[in-house]
Design a protein around this ligand. Structure first.
Ligand SMILES: [Zn+2]
Length: 259
């Protein structure tokens, strides 16, 4: 894969305020790109026999104008179809912008010959996994992230394991796995993420059974160690403490529900 090629910076003199939107561009093949606004969602852009397909456009007018310019500069064609891995606004908030310009939102990729898709319940009750076959790239939404802790709140542990299995069953060992957020990855890294996530849940459960409070669990050395495994890029500003506390609370909820 040819990785980050360039950054695009567009300045809009709106209301005499200069707004800058930066989107990093990763070329997977002549027909498949990963576009990533700063600190945001991984967006898929594909040139297919059915037209240009855009996956998970994020919200924000300045970023959307930059994204639209980028699409035109890469494929010189408007977006025909929009796909979403799930309904959260950071993956679907740009739909309306492109629909207003004539694109069509489609619930599934069944009509698109270049894609296979699977639906699972893990991060949300309805998570779609999209495999772009010509470039062997799998977009998995927030079932998997490489710059944040796991978020398996809708499907619990069983749903998460089933979702990861569904991803592993698509494509082959050379597939590029594009998480909802963070650097693209591969199936080996995804398997590690699954292992670390299961360790996390097991460790939280053990500490809760030992009578530790959520705060004590947060400060526990083994919990801190497992948490660091969710930061493979070693980002300095990884998960702030309040978010870790919330992650523990939500993990406890999943454990109590037994899902
Ligand atoms: Zn999400």
């Amino acid at each position: 894969m040819r990785t980050i090629i360039f950054f695009i910076a567009l300045i809009y003199p709106v209301l005499s305020v200069a707004n800058t939107a930066e989107i990093s561009v990763t070329k997977r093949s002549a027909d498949a790109y990963i576009l990533t606004p700063a600190y945001a969602t991984n967006i898929g852009l594909f040139n297919t026999a059915n037209g240009v397909v855009l996956l998970d456009p994020m919200p924000g007018e300045n970023q959307l104008n930059a994204l639209n310019s980028l699409v035109n500069s890469i494929f010189a064609k408007p977006v025909s179809y929009i796909l979403n891995t799930h309904t959260h606004s950071d993956h679907s908030g740009g739909n309306a912008y492109f629909i207003a310009a004539g694109s069509e939102f489609i619930q599934s990729a069944a009509a698109l010959a270049d894609f296979d898709s699977v639906t699972v319940k893990s991060h949300t009750a309805n998570d779609a996994i999209f495999w772009h076959k010509p470039s062997n790239t799998i977009f998995v939404g927030d079932i998997y992230t490489t710059n944040w802790h796991p978020t398996f709140y809708a499907g619990g542990v069983a749903g998460f394991v089933a979702a990861v299995d569904a991803i592993l069953n698509v494509g082959d060992e050379h597939s590029l796995i594009v998480p909802g957020h963070g650097a693209p990855s591969d199936k080996q890294q995804l398997k590690l993420f699954r292992q670390n996530t299961l360790q996390w849940v097991a460790q939280v459960k053990v500490l809760r059974e030992q009578g530790l409070t959520a705060r004590e669990i947060k400060d526990h050395a083994e919990i801190q160690r497992i948490l660091r495994t969710f930061n493979p890029e070693n980002n300095a500003d990884f998960i702030p403490p309040p978010a870790v506390a919330r992650f523990i609370e939500r993990t406890l909820t999943v454990i109590e529900k037994g899902i």
